[in-house]
Design a protein around this ligand. Structure first.
Ligand code: ZN
Ligand code: ZN
Length: 310
């Protein structure tokens, strides 16, 4: 695609995306068992190339004409025909990714697994409780829920059951990392992120505070919202701060790899407590590890502006 073509964009984005097929016709294209089978055969072959004969054997369609019909429907959008055979296109990879993630097709088996860390309310032990479409990290004794993220079944596939709480921790931290890079974890669209006080509505690329936040104890939340798909979530300021490189480095200096430590296992993390000032907006997160105390200061867009050592 030439630069000229890239720049010709239409309604799908601000000048960079060209909508080639409607969402309805893209879904219509793959709404057939045989076509899903073709994509799956290519995925299992690491994206291809596969010859027509290999595809036909893999999907088990006897009639070559019928098989050709289905493969041809996919060619152009989800599959490319090369000299060596058929390969998955980037759009085809996206589609099989959505299918394999199980976010669309699978749900989690209910059950629970002991989790590291202790309850922030009563000090009791924690467990990860699997529910349909997500995992709650909750206190065994008082029932207090530390976190209750939606998690696609595919994110937990391939791990030992005992590792589930740690895997959920890493999965959840990915959202804030994606947001700090400007991307939506749901659709890869551009996100807006902001430090929001109770009752604040959306303004200047900063999303609105959630309605439930009105009258709550905490001073501020970090709210992230996608311009593309509308997906949004919020996090305590101190939890969102764990995605910042300076905060990651601070933990690293003290022997803590934040990828291995879900936030609910970090006893030094102040939850809900943060100091917010306005004009201009600044939010301070004070963290103490060993005898090292540092205050990380973020602006209203949740960009780090200062680190102060006590
Ligand atoms: Zn508890
Ligand atoms: Zn999105």
């Amino acid at each position: 695609m030439s630069e000229d073509e890239i720049g010709r964009g239409t309604e799908a984005g601000d000048g960079v995306a060209t909508e080639e097929v409607s969402a309805a016709s893209a879904f219509e294209l793959v709404a057939h068992e045989t076509r899903v089978g073709v994509l799956d055969a290519l995925r299992e072959a690491d994206g291809g190339p596969l010859s027509f004969g290999e595809i036909r054997t893999a999907v088990g369609v006897e009639d070559p004409g019928q098989c050709h019909y289905h493969v041809d429907r996919l060619v152009g959008r989800f599959v490319r025909k090369t000299e060596d055979g058929y390969v998955l296109s980037p759009a085809g990879w996206r589609l099989v990714g959505a299918i394999v993630s199980g976010g669309v097709t699978a749900s989690l088996e209910p059950g629970s697994v002991p989790a590291a860390g202790s309850c922030s309310e009563c000090g009791g032990s924690l467990r990860a409780r699997l529910r349909e479409g997500g995992v709650a990290i909750e206190c065994v004794e008082c029932g207090f829920v530390q976190a209750d993220p939606d998690v696609p079944a595919g994110a937990l596939a391939g791990w030992e059951r005992s590792a589930i709480p740690a895997v959920v921790g890493r999965y959840v931290s990915l959202w804030e990392v994606a947001a700090s890079h400007g991307f939506c974890p749901n659709c890869e669209g551009r996100v807006d992120r902001g430090v929001r006080r109770p009752g604040e509505s959306a303004s200047a690329n900063r999303p609105a505070a959630p309605a439930w936040f009105e009258g709550e104890d905490a001073d501020a939340l970090v709210v992230t919202a996608c311009r593309g798909c509308g997906f949004w979530w919020h996090a305590a300021v101190s939890i969102a701060a764990l995605s910042d490189p300076a905060v990651v480095g601070f933990h690293h200096e003290h022997g803590i790899d934040l990828r291995e430590r879900p936030w609910w296992t970090l006893d030094h993390l102040p939850l809900g407590e943060c100091r917010v000032v306005d004009d201009p907006r600044r939010v301070h997160v004070r963290l103490a590890l060993d005898d090292d105390v540092r205050t990380f200061t973020f602006d209203g867009d949740f960009e780090l502006v200062d680190v102060e050592r006590e």
